[in-house]
Design a protein around this ligand. Structure first.
Ligand SMILES: [Zn+2]
Length: 336
């Protein structure tokens, strides 16, 4: 029997969002530690429902956020096995939401603190990937790490064959080390994808710096590009993708509320935007909730939600037939 045509049985919005084949392309491994693992490990230290995981909680400053993130995540991530255990749960939750492609970044300085080489962490994370989920592993570092004792490790990243790419994390107001551009160019030449956090806690000029100086076409956040039309034009003309995290932006007070979030303006300016959760350990958010929030708070239509999902596949590092199949599936769901 033929399945009924979708148009005759319009799905409710929740079903539609679930059915979209989704990607997540801005996710920090340590910031994605499933909180329930902490509670199960030590319920007295990690009570259920701590205040910082409530939807009403706002982080006052980036250092406040970082302190909560690190004090919760670092006690857990002491071995490659712990990365495996966390990723196993995290990726299972992706599959349950019909997320089929994930780019996730572990923090390179942690490899130094715990004395575990990066390639062992990459292997642990890859081993945790379930069937039906394509996983790409990135590593990220602080803007100042290139000048420190991580430099020899950074200089060998091109030899880590299962490393998909690199990212600059952390406090954006730090100056970018002048040697970053050459390192990023060398890693791109070795086939690695290069990203940079910019336009979150600092303004549009940092997005320009990421694109023009570092040569990246993947900006993590990027939302404050909206402050400068010339930077929006630059990002659109260069085909830069912004991996946007609306719930993170509200919880960290990058924007005062969802109504003020610039994602639609960025998309209307021709910038390819995706949505991700950033640090669900700290925000208790999911990819599905990011889509639901766009629909509820910003009145995103199904056509717009489908465009967000399609954007994720356009930028995903997958073979062309897989990309095409996902996009066609989205088009069918959206009736386009
Ligand atoms: Zn981030």
């Amino acid at each position: 029997m033929e399945p009924p045509a979708a148009a005759n049985f319009p799905m409710d919005l929740r079903t539609f969002i679930h059915a979209l084949p989704k990607t997540e392309t801005h996710l920090h491994v340590e910031g994605a530690l499933p909180y329930e693992l902490l509670t199960a490990w030590d319920p007295r230290r990690y009570p259920l429902d701590p205040p910082f995981r409530r939807a009403s909680y706002r982080y006052r400053t980036f250092p406040d956020f970082e302190q909560i993130l690190l004090s919760n995540a670092l006690p857990w991530f002491t071995t490659a096995e712990r990365y495996y255990e966390a990723a196993k749960v995290m990726f299972t939750q992706h599959v349950a939401q019909n997320v089929r492609y994930v780019e996730t970044s572990f923090h390179l300085p942690v490899t130094k603190f715990i004395g575990v080489p990066g390639p062992e962490i990459i292997a642990a994370l890859r081993a945790a990937a379930p069937r039906g989920l394509e996983v790409r592993i990135f590593t990220g570092m602080l803007r100042t790490d290139l000048a420190g004792d991580l430099r020899p490790t950074i200089d060998e990243l091109h030899t880590w064959t299962d490393l998909a790419g690199v990212d600059l994390h952390g406090y954006e107001q730090m100056p970018t080390d002048p040697s970053t551009a050459a390192v990023w160019a060398r890693l791109r030449a070795a086939g690695k994808v290069t990203k940079c956090h910019a336009g979150e806690f600092d303004g549009a000029a940092r997005v320009r710096e990421a694109v023009e100086l570092l040569g990246v076409n993947r900006v993590q956040h990027g939302v404050r590009a909206v402050e400068d039309p010339a930077v929006m034009r630059l990002a659109a003309d260069q085909g830069v993708t912004f991996d946007v995290c609306p719930i993170s932006n509200v919880r960290l007070q990058v924007v005062p509320d969802f109504a003020a979030h610039p994602i639609r303006r960025l998309m209307e300016a021709g910038i390819r935007c995706t949505v991700s959760t950033d640090d669900p350990l700290c925000f208790a958010n999911t990819v599905v909730e990011e889509y639901e929030t766009l629909a509820r708070e910003l009145a995103f239509t199904r056509t717009e939600l489908a465009q967000v999902a399609r954007n994720g596949w356009e930028v995903a590092s997958v073979a062309p037939p897989a990309r095409q199949a996902a996009i066609e599936e989205i088009n069918r769901l959206a009736g386009s």
